[in-house]
Design a protein around this ligand. Sequence first.
Ligand code: HEM
Ligand SMILES: [Cu+2]
Length: 593
Amino acid sequence: MSHVATKTDYDLLPFAGEHHEELSFVRKYIFSTDHKTIGKQFLFMSLLFLLLGGTLATVMRWQLGFPGTPLPVDILPETMAPGGIILPEFYNSLVTMHGTFMIFFAIMPLLVGVFGNLLIPLQIGAADMAFPKLNMFSFWLAVPAGFIMLASFFVEGGAAGAGWTSYAPLSTSGEFTGVYLGQQLWLISLFLLGFSSITGAVNYITTIINLRAPGLTWFRLPLTVWALFITAILVLLAMPILAGGLIMLLTDQTLGTTFFKPELGGEPLLWQHLFWYFGHPEVYILILPAMGIVSEVIANGARKPVFGYHSMVFAIAAIALLSWIVWGHHMFMSGMNPRLGMTFMFTTIVIAVPSAIKVFNWLGTLWKGNIHFTTPFLHSVAFVALFIIGGLSGVFMASTPVDIPIHDTYFIVAHIHYVLFGGSLFAIFSGITYWYPKLFGTLMNETWGKIHFIGTFIAYNLAFFPMHGIGLQGMMRRLYDPTLYAYLQPLQPWNVFISYSVFVLFAFQFIFAANFLLSIWKGKKAGPNPWRANSIEWSAPSPPPHGNFERMPVVYRGPYEYSVPGAREDFILQTDPPDSSVAPHHTSASTSH
Ligand code: HEM
Ligand SMILES: [Cu+2]
């Protein structure tokens, strides 16, 4: 077990960049223990999975827009799309694997793996994580998980096809889906990935509790660190529940247990309970770090302190707590007692309160700000706008009488994508462009960044907003061919329109990919603090060296001291001593506690 580095250790061996001998290529780039390198590894891995998930989505949209028409490029094997025509069973795998890759291998590692690794040590003024080797282990456990998931496409019977939620009894036996080994690989892969997440979470929590720089009290932490801290607690508590369910489902398939098999006395609803008891906290794992990123970037772009810092922290904590008592809103149609349904309805609607507090605080932060329309800022503002739409559809669905007709329709698909693409992914674009200098030392190109933003924002809304409508008109989710139903035929032009919008949306992502890759070499050199921000990472070079800081940073103030009256500039680094930046007569603007 790694040794926990404490503050005293750092006093003895402070930020010893110069004590590190040259590392071999393998230790430096492959089996690295440097949190920034591990963050980059997660970044490249999850961007690849994001691309794969997006590709699967375009194939799905081809089928929905033009059912039965051969794909324009006929490269898929006979078992998936003979003659380019997508088979129904392959369509099931597409839906399942799109959701699985996006949720578990793209959004979650991007938010938690990338930003957790990059930002936690840098923003708390530490040289690295508390357990650097465990951190390396966490990444290298995610890699085989990804390979196993990928490999499942190519085994007999193909990849899992019971949806990303793998409901029993559909998932308990290959007889129902025609998928045997693929479903088992799905379970094994997610088990490994869950283990990787748990080790990461232990590391994050320990690091934030133990390694904060002197003077960095809890209420001087940037909201990104708060969000990642509370997210790590959710990961630590939620992942074991998923793991338990996965193992039970795996033994049902392989060892003859009957946890979820009704024909042998099992209870399929138990899977839904286990899955959603994990699953609802999971959706907050997928949004809280994004909310942290957005808080940072909006304050920076508006040159104002975050409005209601304390209420932001309490709102994150409240959302996290409430996330444990709402899971039943995914099961209103499972035949539960209506009284139980009513309690889940109530708790779910209550969650809108802390969510709305955050939205009002972002608007309050923007209000009368001296706004700089940078690419990261635009993405963050888009997050707020789109999250409002996703949150509102959530409140509709939380109400049982409304949810009963729209459950399992495209309305749900619209909701998911407003919160996860409109929300989380826009925040990820914001965060990547904003902290890019701390990864690569350069800035991404602003013009191309804005072109990508505008194209993505428009195409995104054209693709996903109409899904609310076709959902209300009864189009089911996970549907292979809408034209088979007479009542859905009039909606087909919408499906064609949505498919074209998705193709445009997909195409715009190559602008981001090119900007991201080319800026590593061609980007403008950034300097330590290109966004004129306050938190500790901006006092380190871009990119920070191994060990991050030359000396242990000492913190004198909160992270959002923008436009402090009397200050020499419109930002004050958290590490600036009290008298160096603020006029001597000025004492009240500090948010220290
Ligand atoms: C105000 C906040 C929110 C409320 C009230 C809410 C409510 C709901 C409800 C009631 C459902 C179930 C609908 C049904 O299946 O019939 C649902 C589904 C879902 N929500 Fe939310 N939600 C909120 C925010 C979020 C956020 C922030 C995320 C993720 C970042 C999210 C992700 C999802 C996903 C992925 C599903 C679909 C799960 C599936 O595949 O069946 N939601 N939401
Ligand atoms: Cu939920």
